[in-house]
Design a protein around this ligand. Structure first.
Ligand code: HEM
Ligand code: HEM
Length: 130
């Protein structure tokens, strides 16, 4: 069962990378840009939800399954919850993207924060594999 979290974490990271690319691609005013925007709208909520789920599962896994680990002692813990926080902030800012210039300016940076935290978590997670 301790493998469940790493599996969800890898899926979340892959989806976040793909979604970050679609978000940046979506800025182009072309037919491909439009398709990328549609992809971004449809799948980013899945990516953000998986990132939050990964943080919850990882913490639960350390508390209940990993007798060799103490909770909240690792850099992976910090980057993991940072990732969940960026996912929430990116989602919140996306809701105002068509109304507020501030949300529009902020959103891609929150997205880049999510991307960086997810990639860092995936790399730091390797050290803790069971
Ligand atoms: C993974 C990192 C992410 C990056 C780099 C990113 C980047 C972007 C960029 C550059 C745009 C276009 C902004 C503009 O029109 O000027 C955008 C739009 C948008 N993003 Fe993200 N984003 C990310 C994550 C997310 C997440 C987690 C959500 C929601 C859960 C989300 C939802 C949206 C929505 C709804 C739009 C508006 C699309 C439209 O124009 O119809 N994004 N994003
Ligand atoms: C979005 C991606 C990820 C997030 C948000 C995340 C988050 C977390 C958190 C918060 C913990 C608890 C750490 C502690 O209490 O010290 C944890 C544990 C752990 N993480 Fe991740 N993680 C992610 C991806 C990964 C990946 C890709 C791997 C594997 C390469 C991984 C491997 C682990 C392992 C082995 C543990 C210990 C618990 C267990 O064995 O299931 N994580 N993670």
């Amino acid at each position: 069962m301790a493998w469940l979290h790493p599996a969800v974490g890898i899926a979340a990271t892959i989806l976040v990378v793909w979604m970050a690319l679609s978000g940046l691609d979506g800025r182009r005013q072309t037919r491909q840009g439009l398709a990328a925007r549609r992809r971004h709208r449809r799948y980013t909520p899945v990516a953000a939800s998986l990132a939050v789920l990964a943080a919850i599962l990882g913490t639960a896994s350390v508390v209940w399954l990993r007798e060799d680990m103490e909770p909240a002692r690792t850099w992976h813990f910090r980057t993991g919850w940072l990732c969940a926080a960026f996912a929430g902030a990116a989602w919140l800012s996306s809701r105002g993207i068509h109304r507020s210039p501030t949300a529009r300016a902020l959103h891609p940076w929150l997205g880049i924060g999510l991307l960086a935290a997810a990639v860092a978590s995936a790399l730091l997670g390797i050290e803790h594999l069971p």
